[in-house]
Design a protein around this ligand. Sequence first.
Ligand code: AKG
Length: 397
Amino acid sequence: MEDPRRKEEEKEKPLQHATPRHGRQKGDAFLVRSLRFGREDCREAARVPAVWPKLCFGVIMASPPSRPAPTVPTVDLSPFLAGTAAGGGGAAEAARDAATRAIAAALQTTGFFRVVNHGVPAELMDRAVELSRDFFRRPYEEKLRSGPVEGSGAPVPVGYARQPESLPDKNEYLMLCPPETGFNIYPADPPQFREVLEKLYKELAKLASLVEDIVSGCMGLPPNFLRDYNGNRISDYLVAMRYFPVIKAGSGGGGGGEDTGLRAHMDGNVLTFVFQDDVAGLEVLDGDGGEWIQVSPEKGTIVVNVGDILQVMSNNRYKSALHRVVPRPVDRHSYAFFRTFDGGSWVEPLPQFTAAAGEKPQYKGFFYGEYLQHRMRNKTHPPARPEDEIDISHYAI
Ligand SMILES: O=C(O)CCC(=O)C(=O)O
């Protein structure tokens, strides 16, 4: 039988063409769309439509590398789902422990992992990508009919938008807040799109609750700690994305003035859940090796990444993953679900990672909404030097 680890290693060996030109650059980190908006932030965004668009060697080795090629691990969530074969008993508990350990390790290394047997139906994911492809291939004027409505009071700028030409990020997207709020703007066509998006939102929200509970366990906290810490789910959001084919010669990865799918950035939220079509392009920076690792598409899997909130709460134990989407010669479609905190939530390193661990806090505490305001301002009033943009290091002690 083929060793699945080998397959994994072959697929995800660091990209030879993508020599990193930067590490965690401050200027890379800001993407309006991957920010979390509190209600007030959103009203501000509604007054300023320009900020709506998504704020996102070959060397022959003389000797073998001293460390194994980093990979994005795959974690089977079936032991956590009721009704599955591994639902009960000691074996199930051992399987849950093993999965929790695998997630804990990923949180501390690349900040990225994949989940399988996650409960989100594969047919729903496929259908959602199909319908999104159908929607995005329609004329711009038609898509604009689902554009955001100013002053709607929606917690995020819901609806269709395209990145301004001036930005190197070449993508368009449809954003949704929790369907039960009634704020969403759904395209009339394709007709089944709304139903599928609403189902998808519900399923991804369920998955996010499960993974958040597992992460609470990884942090040595009660399973519902993160869920209860932010009981208000109004600020979570889902985005359907289409990346345009980029044909400009020399286009590369994140930044440098070249066109890209989505510049290198860290998400401002707690956890992000992404699934993609088979085009590829998502990459995460391996902080230790300084290499971009391809997060290749694996049918039916969902990619999970850590955001700034977890990095702060864990006092830097967990990594807010620096990631990007590199351009491809064809369209790419993906969905990203952002699990967040409400703007009124207080964010600071938890005692488990400071006093109890004998470590000094590496961040001062802040209200999440304040951080969002800073990130918003980066965009509305960009500083002369990109390195002066405010990211999570603003709160570092
Ligand atoms: O489209 C993807 O694969 C990733 C999207 C992403 O990184 C983001 O929206 O922050």
